[in-house]
Design a protein around this ligand. Structure first.
Ligand code: RAM
Length: 565
């Protein structure tokens, strides 16, 4: 273009012989050149705004419901309870409304009876004498009993202390109706008296909660013969998903309250078989695309406020899962228009696979691990080689399936051969014929994650896949999943190689374990052997209503012949 402009310049030399015109023409040519270059650097520049506009147009209206407390509870120590604390009913809410609130009943815990997300409002009134000084209260909101009972300070956690939901309120004039400004996510609220003048008495006239969700439908009941534990898991999974479905698929309504690709993928699967709000999936896919980096690579997460923006975060496995989520969305809805709009994004993410695949067909997991956040699970010590090789093959196959749905195979004609190359290499390098297990990394680690992703990628025969997955629970050194997120892929792998009874057993024992420990919603992290596990060095900052844990809803409803009998 630049050369073309210069040529034009010379052909108009007569006209441009005057110095001013010459300068102007050169300036225009330079501007054109720069614009073209900038567009090349900002890959989606022509579409970005329209993608973000589509996302905005699809923003759901939240349904808001006023909720009232169901009673008062005592949080009691119990070694057998989850994290050592349980909530025991101790009276009706009139206990709060009918008495003065003071030092003596400070610490009262109000139970709303269910997990809620939204805004808390309460009204205080004078009960006796005159208010001659401000009063001060502290409210601590908890998703689980331990959050109410565990002191937050000194705070040892790695994430911001501000995620913890304790709020101090100072009131100067009564009566007063106060709304806590921040959005909350909780079931229990502890109210503590911090100060008021002596001789003056005040009390609560009302406490209520405006709960929000974008869910509007009630999914059909499960088959009559469904075991009770599966019904319970499904019910709690639905509540978890409902709470996370706000104006985007949030990862957790308490924390981090944002759109993550990995969580979105799993939520969108569960949504397909329950609430069927496919427009929310569509909105999230457009939003993530519109907020991609200039080089076309996706960011792992995004915020909606104050204006939609991404957190600069390059998480390799989540880039891949965007493609899978898009393929599932198009396959389920037939919305090829969205598929075609977003196809350039899916195609671009494949560059990651191409960049790290060596001559031998193996992903260079060491280099990738240096240049990316390679996640897979909240599990220290998990070797990522096998999971990475597996998810890459899986993504190549799923993206090719998407291309087929969109008539775009010719644009990615090299993908089937590349997938095969990686698959053959995986079998050659990661399948240990002697033990019948897939191994990972220099120490040949055997993990649930490694087996799951190898099986999902179709590496090895069905018999080999079954053998590996069946052996896992018998191996004391196998690295277990750290979070329900990885457990999802393990159950998916069991189903992929037809181990139906094992899939049902795995789902029932893992998520059923949370049910037995009193879960109202499923947790971000769950290790059956350690209630206190936290990736953030402080278990109260874990999220106890976490999107990626809702996927039993997907399994139970997609495979009724396995789970609903
Ligand atoms: C957690 C988030 C989210 C997950 C990321 C990788 O902190 O809550 O669920 O996708 O990590």
């Amino acid at each position: 273009m630049f050369v073309y402009c210069i040529n034009q310049l010379y052909s108009y030399r007569m006209v441009l012989s005057r110095p001013n015109y010459r300068f102007l023409f050169l300036l225009i040519c330079t501007l054109i050149f720069l614009t073209i270059n900038l567009q090349a650097q900002n890959l989606y520049a022509p579409y970005r705004q329209s993608w973000l506009k589509k996302a905005e147009d699809l923003k759901p209206t939240l349904t808001e419901t006023i909720k009232h407390p169901v009673g008062i509870v005592k949080i009691e120590k119990d070694a057998a309870a989850f994290q050592g604390w349980k909530a025991v009913k101790s009276g009706g809410i009139e206990q709060l409304y009918n008495s003065s609130f003071n030092k003596k009943n400070s610490g009262i815990v109000v139970d709303f009876g269910e997990h809620l997300t939204g805004y808390c409002t309460f009204t205080l009134k004078t009960r006796r004498s005159d208010m001659d000084a401000p009063l001060r209260l502290k409210l601590t909101f908890g998703e689980v009993p331990s959050e109410i009972a565990t002191p937050f300070d000194p705070y040892p956690g790695h994430l911001s202390r501000a995620w913890l939901q304790d709020e101090t309120v100072t009131v100067s004039v009564l009566p007063a109706t106060i709304t806590i400004p921040r959005r909350l996510s909780f079931r229990y609220v502890k109210i503590e008296w911090l100060g008021s003048s002596s001789g003056f008495e005040f009390g609560f006239a009302d406490i209520q909660f405006k709960a929000s969700t974008s869910v509007t439908v009630t999914p059909p009941a499960l088959a009559a013969g469904t075991p009770q534990i599966i019904k319970d898991i499904d019910r709690i999974g639905l509540t978890t998903l409902k709470e996370c479905m706000q104006t985007v698929y949030e990862d957790g309504p308490k924390r981090d309250r944002r759109l993550w690709i990995g969580d979105t993928y799993l939520e969108s699967l569960a949504n397909l078989y329950s609430f069927k709000n496919n427009n929310l999936t569509k909105r999230c896919l457009y939003l993530l695309a519109g907020l991609a980096n200039d080089d076309g690579i996706l960011n792992a997460n995004a915020f909606e406020e104050p204006v939609p923006h991404a957190q600069k975060s390059r998480l390799l496995d989540y880039c891949f899962l965007y493609n899978v989520a898009l393929k599932e969305y198009v396959a389920a809805t037939g919305d090829t228009q969205t598929g075609l709009d977003l196809w350039p994004v899916a195609k671009k993410q494949l560059d990651i696979a191409k960049k790290y695949t060596g001559e031998d067909g193996m992903m260079d997991y060491i280099k990738a691990g240096k240049e990316w956040w390679v996640f897979f699970d909240w599990k220290d010590g998990l070797d990522k080689q096998a999971p990475l090789q597996g998810i890459t093959i899986y993504t190549l196959n799923q993206t090719y399936a998407l291309a087929k749905l969109l008539g775009k195979e010719s644009e990615v004609a090299e993908i089937p051969a590349l997938a095969k190359k990686l698959k053959d290499a995986a079998y050659k390098n990661l399948y240990d014929k002697k033990s019948g297990m897939f191994v990972s990394g220099a120490d040949k680690q055997v993990s649930y994650g490694g087996q799951a992703w190898m099986v999902l990628a179709g590496v090895g025969s069905k018999a080999e896949a079954q053998k590996a997955l069946r052996s896992l629970p018998t191996l004391p050194n196998a690295v277990h999943p750290g979070a329900p997120y990885m457990y999802h892929y393990y159950v998916a792998a069991l189903l992929a190689c037809d181990l139906k009874a094992e899939a049902k057993e795995a789902l029932t024992s893992y998520w059923g374990g949370m049910v037995a420990k009193g879960a109202d919603t499923f947790w971000e992290v769950y290790d059956p052997t350690d209630d206190f596990r936290s990736p953030y060095n402080f278990f109260p900052v874990n999220s106890y209503c976490h999107a990626w844990s809702c996927t039993p809803v997907y399994f139970i409803r997609k495979y009724p012949e396995v789970f609903q009998r």
